[in-house]
Write a protein that binds this ligand. Sequence first.
Ligand code: NAD
Length: 373
Amino acid sequence: MPEGPAAARTIPTPFDHEQIRIRRGPRSGLTVIVAVHSTFLGQAIGGCRLARYPHWTNAVTDALRLSAAMTHKCAVAGLPNGGGKAVVALPPEVTLDHAARRAIMHDVADMIAALDGAYATGPDVGTNPADMATIAERTRHVFCRPPEVGGSGDSSGHTAAGVVAALHAVCNAVFGSPQLAGRRFAILGLGRVGAHLARHLTAAGAELIVTDTDTTKRQLADELGATWQDPDCALQADVDVLVPAALGGVFTPDTVPLLRCAAIAGPANNQLDEPATADLLHERGIVWAPDYVISAGGVIHATAVELHNETSEQATARVLGIGDTLERILDDAKKASVTPAAAALELARQRIQRPHAPRLDQVLLHKPGRTTR
Ligand SMILES: NC(=O)c1ccc[n+]([C@@H]2O[C@H](COP(=O)([O-])OP(=O)(O)OC[C@H]3O[C@@H](n4cnc5c(N)ncnc54)[C@H](O)[C@@H]3O)[C@@H](O)[C@H]2O)c1
């Protein structure tokens, strides 16, 4: 390993985890993965994802990438935390009743408890504050339980608030005005965050195209007077800003040439199939606001309120700071003639140092090879 200042500023790679635990849950029978990417800045945090995967190994890949992105997210947000993620791999055909869901959450909770504070979880795709209350029955390392049991509740409104702050910054950088009124947006995914964004953008006077694979969400589109399109069409919509708010991997060498937007800014985690896709977007003149920068509102709010005892107003002010952070990143990128992705990574680099090499006894089942960077 090289020594000196350059080495000290090296960021952990996506496959450079401190701990990866994979276990078949004794109650649920499902594969549960907990990936702790880094605790260098503090306790690793990141949501618990409950999603369908063709095979549990796909869930491992997801956990590795998502937990690494959480390290970047926390660093850029200025949080004293590292990145982690819990993923439960649901086989495609399985449906869950109440008892099965509790069993899953207790399996997740026991794995978190065994990490002895290295990682704390919160809601993510497929889980909610009530699930966090179930996890809290077996470990205290959990965020966003419902307010009635002492947590800060659903984080999606705060995530959306951070994205809105980022959208103002993007519009300012790309169109010379932070105004959202009259701009055209396409929101891909009308889930918890996407629905908040759709309501906010409509109220701000923006023109909206929306989509979701769940066609029951069309009701919200009708309510808001938004144009409904199917997911493939919406991706190619002729809009000012595309707002990915569903799952990751949307932008690939195949989809980038189809895009007709000026900018992309949305909460979906891991939007690029590979980091190099940021260069393809840049070459097409499309400004990509790095997902981990602008989707940090939920985690910023939850940690401020639940860990640092800040008031909701103080926490909200921090969330809105995402707009300033993105403005700085877009400005740095322009000055250095690099992509916003590269400028964001440099900001993360300045805040993260490479953690100590993992102890072998911490890597219980799986330690993928280090990638070149
Ligand atoms: N909830 C938060 O606070 C938060 C915080 C940070 C990042 N994120 C990320 O934002 C994204 C959305 O989160 P959420 O909490 O709203 O999730 P959600 O599960 O509530 O919503 C996701 C929505 O996307 C839809 N969808 C799935 N595949 C789709 C596709 N191919 N095309 C269009 N729609 C599709 C689903 O039907 C669902 O309505 C996720 O990537 C999540 O990791 C969420």
